[in-house]
Design a protein around this ligand. Structure first.
Ligand SMILES: Nc1ncnc2c1ncn2[C@@H]1O[C@H](COP(=O)(O)OP(=O)(O)O)[C@@H](O)[C@H]1O
Ligand SMILES: [Mg+2]
Length: 438
C-alpha cells in the first residue's frame, strides 16, 4: 500500500500548487503583470508529471484493479477518468489564454478567473479521490493488487517536489514554498489545511551587519561587509574558495574576532557578545566540513547542539529532528563517524536545529557531496525555508544556492561586490561568467 502514501503525497503537493495558483490569481486581480515564465513552468509540470505520469498510473493500475474488485467503484471512476481525459485539453486552453493575456489581448482578470475555475476543478478531483477512491481501495484491493500498484508508483520521479527535483522547476518550487509553505513539524508555521501562511513578523530585519572587518594577523580577510537578512528570508552568500565566507560566518557566531563594524541581531547590538550568548539569542551554525564528533553517537551529537537550551525542551526537539531526518533516528545509537557524507551533513544541520535557531547559518552544506545528495541537501534547505526558518546559506555552489535564495550577495576577497535577488544574480552576466561557468 506504499502507493497510497505516494498518491496522497502527490495530492498534497498538487493542493499546494493549486493554493499557489490561486494566490497568484489574486495578485493578477490586484494589478500585477502576468508572469509567463511562472505559468509556463506550472503548466509544463502539470503536463509532464500530472497528465503523463500521475493520472495514467492511477488509470492503468489503481482504477483498473479497483473496477475489477468493486462494483460500486465503477461510477466514481468513470467520472474521475473523464476528468483525467479532459486534463490535457483544459491545460491547452489555459496555455492559449496565457499567451493572449501576456500579449495584452485578454484582460488579466479573465485569465485569473480561468485559473480559479481550473484550481477549483483540481481540488474537487483530489477531494473525490481521497474521500471516495482511497478508502474503497484500502477495503477491497488484495495483496497482489497492491504489489502491482506499488511497483508502478514507486518509480515515480516528481521533478518539482521529488528527491530528484529538476533545476528547471527550482524557481517554481521556491514560489510554492514561499506562498504555500508545508509544515514539516519543527515547530514552524504550519500550512494548516494547505492554506498559505507567512512566518510571524516576516519581512522585519533580523540581522544587520555594517562595515564588518576581520583579520588574520596583518591580513584583512573581511574588508567592510554590509549585509542584511530579514525574518523568514533565505539569503545566499556566494563566492570562490578563499573569499572570506567562512570567516564571515564565524564572525557572526562570535568565534572569530571582529576588528571594525557592528552586528545587530533582532534589534540588539551583539557586536561585543560572547559566542555562547549569541547562540542563546538564536544564531546557530552548521559549520563547514560538518565537524560531527565521529566517535560519539548520532543522538549525543544532536544533544550537543542543544547545550544552551532548557533541559525540558530537548527530548521534544530531538523527536522533531528525527521526524525530519528518519535515517538519523534509525541510526541514533551508532557512532556519527559511520554515517555517509550526506548523512553527516543532515546531522550537522540537525545539530544546529537543536539550538532552536532564529537564524540558521549554513556553511557550504553541499561541499564534497555527490550531485544527487547535493540536490537532497538543498531540498532540506528549501523545506526549512518553507517552514518559516530564516537562513543565511554560504556556498561555492552559486547556481544551486541562488536558485533557491530570496536574495544573494557575491563575496570577492573580503568585499561584497554584487547583491540582488537570487534570480537577478543568476541572470547577471558577471556572475554567470565567474561562478556559473556560462
Ligand atoms: N586560520 C587562518 N589563518 C590565516 N588565514 C586564514 C585562516 N583562515 C582563513 N584564512 C584566510 O582568510 C581568507 C578567507 O578564508 P575563508 O573565510 O576560509 O574563505 P572561504 O570560506 O570563502 O573559502 C583566505 O585568504 C584564507 O587563506
Ligand atoms: Mg569556507
Amino acid at each position: 500500500m506504499e502507493a497510497l502514501r505516494i498518491i496522497s503525497e502527490e495530492h498534497r503537493n498538487l493542493w499546494r500548487l493549486a493554493t499557489t495558483i490561486d494566490l497568484v490569481a489574486d495578485e493578477l486581480d490586484q494589478g500585477t503583470q502576468v508572469d509567463p515564465a511562472f505559468f509556463t513552468s506550472v503548466f509544463d509540470y502539470i503536463e509532464n508529471f500530472i497528465d503523463r505520469s500521475h493520472h495514467p498510473k492511477e488509470d492503468d493500475f489503481l482504477f483498473r484493479l479497483l473496477r475489477r474488485r468493486s462494483a460500486e467503484a465503477g461510477a466514481i471512476i468513470d467520472r474521475l477518468q473523464a476528468e483525467h481525459k479532459n486534463g490535457p485539453e483544459n491545460l491547452k486552453a489555459l496555455r492559449q489564454r496565457l499567451a493572449r493575456s501576456a500579449a495584452g489581448g485578454e484582460a488579466s482578470g479573465e485569465f485569473a478567473e480561468a485559473l480559479r475555475i481550473y484550481t477549483h476543478g483540481l481540488r474537487n478531483h483530489i477531494r473525490s479521490e481521497e474521500k471516495d477512491v482511497i478508502p474503497l481501495a484500502r477495503e477491497t484491493l488484495v495483496a497482489e493488487d497492491w504489489a502491482e500498484i506499488d511497483r508502478a508508483f514507486l518509480d515515480n520521479d516528481d521533478p518539482l517536489f521529488g528527491e530528484k527535483a529538476k533545476a528547471e522547476f527550482r524557481e517554481l518550487f521556491h514560489r510554492i514554498a514561499s506562498l504555500a509553505p508545508d509544515s514539516i513539524g519543527l515547530g514552524g508555521h504550519s500550512a494548516g489545511e494547505l492554506q498559505p501562511g507567512a512566518a510571524p513578523g516576516a519581512g522585519r530585519t533580523l540581522l544587520k551587519v555594517s562595515g564588518v572587518e576581520s583579520c588574520y594577523g596583518r591580513i584583512k580577510a573581511l574588508k567592510g561587509i554590509d549585509l542584511e537578512v530579514n525574518k523568514g528570508e533565505l539569503v545566499a552568500l556566494v563566492g570562490a574558495n578563499g573569499a572570506g565566507k567562512t570567516t564571515f560566518l564565524r564572525t557572526l557566531s562570535g568565534i572569530q574576532p571582529m576588528s571594525a563594524g557592528a552586528i545587530h541581531f533582532d534589534g540588539e547590538d551583539i557586536s561585543q557578545l560572547r559566542s555562547d550568548l549569541r547562540m542563546r539569542r538564536g544564531i546557530c551554525q552548521s559549520p563547514e566540513g560538518r565537524q560531527v564528533f565521529g566517535p560519539l553517537s548520532i543522538e549525543d551529537n544532536l544533544r550537543l547542539g542543544a547545550y544552551t537550551r532548557p533541559k525540558g525542551q530537548v527530548e521534544g526537539d530531538l523527536e522533531k529532528v528525527f521526524g525530519m531526518f528518519p535515517i538519523l533516528k534509525e541510526k541514533r545509537a551508532l557512532p556519527a563517524g559511520t554515517l555517509s557524507g550526506g548523512q553527516q551533513q543532515m546531522l550537522a544541520i540537525g545539530r544546529a536545529l537543536m539550538g532552536r535557531p532564529k537564524l540558521l547559518l549554513l556553511d557550504e552544506p553541499s561541499m564534497g557531496l555527490a550531485p544527487l545528495l547535493v540536490e537532497e541537501v538543498f531540498n532540506v534547505v528549501k523545506t526549512l525555508k518553507a517552514q518559516g526558518m530564516t537562513i543565511l546559506l554560504v556556498e561555492q555552489n552559486a547556481f544551486a544556492a541562488l536558485a533557491i535564495a530570496d536574495r544573494g550577495y557575491v563575496l570577492e576577497t573580503g568585499n561584497v561586490t554584487l547583491t540582488g535577488s537570487g534570480q537577478e544574480l543568476l541572470s547577471n552576466e558577471q556572475v554567470r561568467a565567474a561562478y556559473l561557468g556560462m
